[in-house]
Design a protein around this ligand. Sequence first.
Ligand SMILES: [Zn+2]
Length: 232
Amino acid sequence: VPVRRDVPEHMLADEVRLASLHALKCRFCKRCGGAMELAVPTNEDALRHVCIKCAYVDYHNPKMVVGMVVEHEGRVLLCKRALEPCAGLWTLPAGYMELGESCAEGAARETMEEANAAVEIASPYAHLDIPVIGQAYIFFRGRLAAPYTYSAGPESEDVRLFAPDDIPYDQLAFSSVLLTLKRWEADIRRGAYTLAHGVIRKKPGASYRDPDAFQYKESYEVTLMQDVIEKG
Ligand SMILES: [Zn+2]
Protein backbone atom coordinates (compact mmCIF):
# COMPACT_ATOMS: atom_id res chain seq x y z
CA VAL A 1 0.00 0.00 0.00
CA PRO A 2 1.58 3.29 -1.11
CA VAL A 3 1.68 5.24 2.14
CA ARG A 4 4.39 6.74 4.33
CA ARG A 5 4.49 5.72 7.95
CA ASP A 6 7.52 7.85 8.88
CA VAL A 7 5.27 10.81 9.56
CA PRO A 8 7.18 14.11 9.54
CA GLU A 9 7.51 15.90 12.88
CA HIS A 10 5.55 19.01 11.84
CA MET A 11 2.47 16.91 11.02
CA LEU A 12 2.44 15.37 14.48
CA ALA A 13 2.84 18.83 16.03
CA ASP A 14 -0.42 20.09 14.52
CA GLU A 15 -2.66 19.27 17.49
CA VAL A 16 -5.81 20.82 16.04
CA ARG A 17 -5.59 18.72 12.89
CA LEU A 18 -4.68 15.55 14.80
CA ALA A 19 -7.61 15.99 17.18
CA SER A 20 -9.98 16.57 14.24
CA LEU A 21 -8.70 13.47 12.44
CA HIS A 22 -9.01 11.40 15.61
CA ALA A 23 -12.63 12.53 16.11
CA LEU A 24 -13.57 11.69 12.52
CA LYS A 25 -11.85 8.32 12.19
CA CYS A 26 -13.87 5.34 10.95
CA ARG A 27 -12.45 1.92 11.85
CA PHE A 28 -13.24 0.31 8.53
CA CYS A 29 -12.81 1.30 4.90
CA LYS A 30 -16.11 2.30 3.33
CA ARG A 31 -14.97 0.85 -0.01
CA CYS A 32 -13.58 -2.59 0.95
CA GLY A 33 -14.08 -3.00 4.70
CA GLY A 34 -10.32 -3.10 5.40
CA ALA A 35 -8.80 -1.44 8.47
CA MET A 36 -8.06 2.31 8.33
CA GLU A 37 -4.88 3.88 9.63
CA LEU A 38 -3.43 7.36 9.87
CA ALA A 39 -0.72 7.74 7.24
CA VAL A 40 0.59 10.04 4.51
CA PRO A 41 -0.66 8.96 1.05
CA THR A 42 1.82 8.90 -1.84
CA ASN A 43 2.17 12.28 -3.59
CA GLU A 44 0.54 14.09 -0.68
CA ASP A 45 1.94 16.05 2.22
CA ALA A 46 -0.75 15.55 4.85
CA LEU A 47 -1.85 12.94 7.36
CA ARG A 48 -5.03 11.21 6.27
CA HIS A 49 -7.08 8.13 7.01
CA VAL A 50 -5.89 5.46 4.57
CA CYS A 51 -7.13 1.88 4.08
CA ILE A 52 -4.30 -0.62 4.62
CA LYS A 53 -5.93 -3.05 2.18
CA CYS A 54 -6.99 -1.02 -0.87
CA ALA A 55 -5.29 2.37 -0.21
CA TYR A 56 -8.62 4.24 -0.28
CA VAL A 57 -8.15 7.69 1.25
CA ASP A 58 -11.00 8.95 3.45
CA TYR A 59 -10.79 12.74 2.97
CA HIS A 60 -12.29 14.98 5.63
CA ASN A 61 -12.94 18.64 4.84
CA PRO A 62 -14.60 21.45 6.79
CA LYS A 63 -18.34 21.89 6.55
CA MET A 64 -20.33 24.94 5.59
CA VAL A 65 -22.97 26.20 7.99
CA VAL A 66 -25.44 28.63 6.41
CA GLY A 67 -27.76 30.93 8.32
CA MET A 68 -29.91 34.05 8.30
CA VAL A 69 -30.22 37.37 10.04
CA VAL A 70 -33.94 37.91 9.42
CA GLU A 71 -35.31 41.40 10.11
CA HIS A 72 -38.86 42.56 10.59
CA GLU A 73 -39.86 46.06 11.71
CA GLY A 74 -36.41 46.77 13.16
CA ARG A 75 -36.17 43.50 15.05
CA VAL A 76 -34.25 40.27 14.45
CA LEU A 77 -35.62 36.72 14.43
CA LEU A 78 -34.10 34.29 16.93
CA CYS A 79 -34.87 30.63 17.66
CA LYS A 80 -34.66 28.99 21.08
CA ARG A 81 -33.08 25.61 20.50
CA ALA A 82 -35.11 22.54 21.42
CA LEU A 83 -32.24 20.12 20.74
CA GLU A 84 -28.69 19.57 21.97
CA PRO A 85 -26.18 20.98 21.62
CA CYS A 86 -27.15 24.15 23.43
CA ALA A 87 -30.83 23.29 24.07
CA GLY A 88 -32.65 26.22 25.67
CA LEU A 89 -30.29 28.84 24.24
CA TRP A 90 -31.07 31.32 21.46
CA THR A 91 -29.59 31.19 17.97
CA LEU A 92 -29.99 32.63 14.51
CA PRO A 93 -31.60 30.10 12.16
CA ALA A 94 -28.67 28.14 10.68
CA GLY A 95 -27.53 24.66 9.76
CA TYR A 96 -25.41 22.53 7.48
CA MET A 97 -25.62 23.25 3.80
CA GLU A 98 -27.12 20.35 1.83
CA LEU A 99 -25.83 18.86 -1.42
CA GLY A 100 -27.52 20.42 -4.43
CA GLU A 101 -28.34 23.83 -2.95
CA SER A 102 -26.65 27.23 -2.90
CA CYS A 103 -25.58 28.92 0.35
CA ALA A 104 -28.51 31.34 0.09
CA GLU A 105 -31.00 28.55 -0.61
CA GLY A 106 -29.67 26.65 2.40
CA ALA A 107 -29.99 29.70 4.66
CA ALA A 108 -33.60 30.25 3.56
CA ARG A 109 -34.39 26.53 4.00
CA GLU A 110 -32.98 26.48 7.53
CA THR A 111 -35.10 29.52 8.38
CA MET A 112 -38.21 27.76 7.13
CA GLU A 113 -37.32 24.55 9.02
CA GLU A 114 -36.47 26.17 12.35
CA ALA A 115 -38.82 29.16 12.36
CA ASN A 116 -41.53 28.44 9.74
CA ALA A 117 -40.57 31.80 8.27
CA ALA A 118 -40.29 32.78 4.59
CA VAL A 119 -37.44 35.20 3.84
CA GLU A 120 -36.38 37.59 1.11
CA ILE A 121 -32.58 37.64 1.05
CA ALA A 122 -30.99 41.09 0.82
CA SER A 123 -27.23 40.51 1.03
CA PRO A 124 -24.40 38.34 2.35
CA TYR A 125 -23.59 39.52 5.88
CA ALA A 126 -20.89 37.60 7.73
CA HIS A 127 -18.42 34.84 6.91
CA LEU A 128 -16.86 33.36 10.05
CA ASP A 129 -14.33 30.51 9.96
CA ILE A 130 -13.88 28.23 13.00
CA PRO A 131 -10.85 26.05 12.12
CA VAL A 132 -10.78 24.07 15.37
CA ILE A 133 -14.17 22.50 14.63
CA GLY A 134 -13.80 22.49 10.84
CA GLN A 135 -16.68 24.84 10.09
CA ALA A 136 -17.24 27.94 7.99
CA TYR A 137 -20.34 29.99 8.81
CA ILE A 138 -22.00 32.04 6.08
CA PHE A 139 -24.77 34.34 7.31
CA PHE A 140 -27.07 36.24 4.96
CA ARG A 141 -29.22 39.21 5.89
CA GLY A 142 -32.83 39.44 4.76
CA ARG A 143 -36.38 40.40 5.53
CA LEU A 144 -39.31 38.37 6.73
CA ALA A 145 -41.40 37.74 3.61
CA ALA A 146 -45.13 37.23 3.03
CA PRO A 147 -47.17 36.02 4.87
CA TYR A 148 -44.88 37.58 7.57
CA THR A 149 -45.53 34.79 10.04
CA TYR A 150 -43.17 32.64 12.11
CA SER A 151 -43.43 29.87 14.67
CA ALA A 152 -41.32 27.17 16.26
CA GLY A 153 -40.29 24.34 13.93
CA PRO A 154 -39.38 20.88 15.29
CA GLU A 155 -35.85 21.97 16.26
CA SER A 156 -37.04 25.06 18.16
CA GLU A 157 -39.02 25.51 21.37
CA ASP A 158 -39.70 29.20 20.72
CA VAL A 159 -39.18 31.77 17.97
CA ARG A 160 -39.30 35.51 18.63
CA LEU A 161 -38.34 38.89 17.19
CA PHE A 162 -35.90 40.87 19.34
CA ALA A 163 -35.26 44.61 19.26
CA PRO A 164 -31.57 45.62 19.40
CA ASP A 165 -31.96 46.51 23.10
CA ASP A 166 -33.47 43.13 23.98
CA ILE A 167 -31.04 40.61 22.42
CA PRO A 168 -30.41 37.89 25.07
CA TYR A 169 -26.59 38.03 24.92
CA ASP A 170 -26.24 35.93 28.06
CA GLN A 171 -28.36 33.12 26.58
CA LEU A 172 -26.88 32.69 23.09
CA ALA A 173 -25.87 29.29 21.75
CA PHE A 174 -22.79 29.89 19.61
CA SER A 175 -19.83 32.28 19.27
CA SER A 176 -20.67 32.84 15.60
CA VAL A 177 -24.20 33.92 16.57
CA LEU A 178 -22.91 36.23 19.32
CA LEU A 179 -20.49 37.98 16.95
CA THR A 180 -23.06 38.31 14.18
CA LEU A 181 -25.73 39.76 16.48
CA LYS A 182 -23.27 42.28 17.96
CA ARG A 183 -22.43 43.41 14.43
CA TRP A 184 -26.10 43.66 13.52
CA GLU A 185 -26.89 45.69 16.62
CA ALA A 186 -24.00 48.08 15.86
CA ASP A 187 -25.12 48.40 12.23
CA ILE A 188 -28.68 49.25 13.26
CA ARG A 189 -27.45 51.88 15.74
CA ARG A 190 -25.26 53.68 13.20
CA GLY A 191 -27.66 53.22 10.31
CA ALA A 192 -25.59 51.29 7.74
CA TYR A 193 -25.00 47.62 7.07
CA THR A 194 -21.59 45.97 6.92
CA LEU A 195 -20.16 42.88 5.31
CA ALA A 196 -17.40 41.08 7.18
CA HIS A 197 -15.08 38.12 7.36
CA GLY A 198 -13.20 36.87 10.39
CA VAL A 199 -11.71 33.82 12.10
CA ILE A 200 -12.85 32.48 15.46
CA ARG A 201 -10.10 30.79 17.50
CA LYS A 202 -11.57 28.82 20.36
CA LYS A 203 -9.58 28.78 23.58
CA PRO A 204 -8.02 25.34 24.24
CA GLY A 205 -10.46 23.05 26.02
CA ALA A 206 -13.29 25.57 25.76
CA SER A 207 -16.80 24.14 25.69
CA TYR A 208 -19.10 24.97 22.80
CA ARG A 209 -21.50 25.99 25.56
CA ASP A 210 -19.24 28.90 26.44
CA PRO A 211 -19.69 31.44 23.64
CA ASP A 212 -17.13 33.80 25.19
CA ALA A 213 -14.25 31.31 25.21
CA PHE A 214 -12.74 32.44 21.95
CA GLN A 215 -10.68 35.08 20.21
CA TYR A 216 -11.97 36.76 17.07
CA LYS A 217 -9.70 38.21 14.43
CA GLU A 218 -11.41 40.19 11.74
CA SER A 219 -9.83 40.29 8.30
CA TYR A 220 -12.22 42.80 6.77
CA GLU A 221 -15.35 44.77 7.38
CA VAL A 222 -16.86 46.94 4.69
CA THR A 223 -19.88 49.21 4.85
CA LEU A 224 -22.50 48.72 2.19
CA MET A 225 -23.24 52.20 0.86
CA GLN A 226 -26.17 51.19 -1.31
CA ASP A 227 -28.15 49.75 1.53
CA VAL A 228 -28.39 52.40 4.23
CA ILE A 229 -30.86 51.59 6.99
CA GLU A 230 -33.87 53.87 7.14
CA LYS A 231 -34.22 55.12 10.69
CA GLY A 232 -37.79 54.85 11.81
ZN1 LIG B 1 -10.20 -0.35 1.51
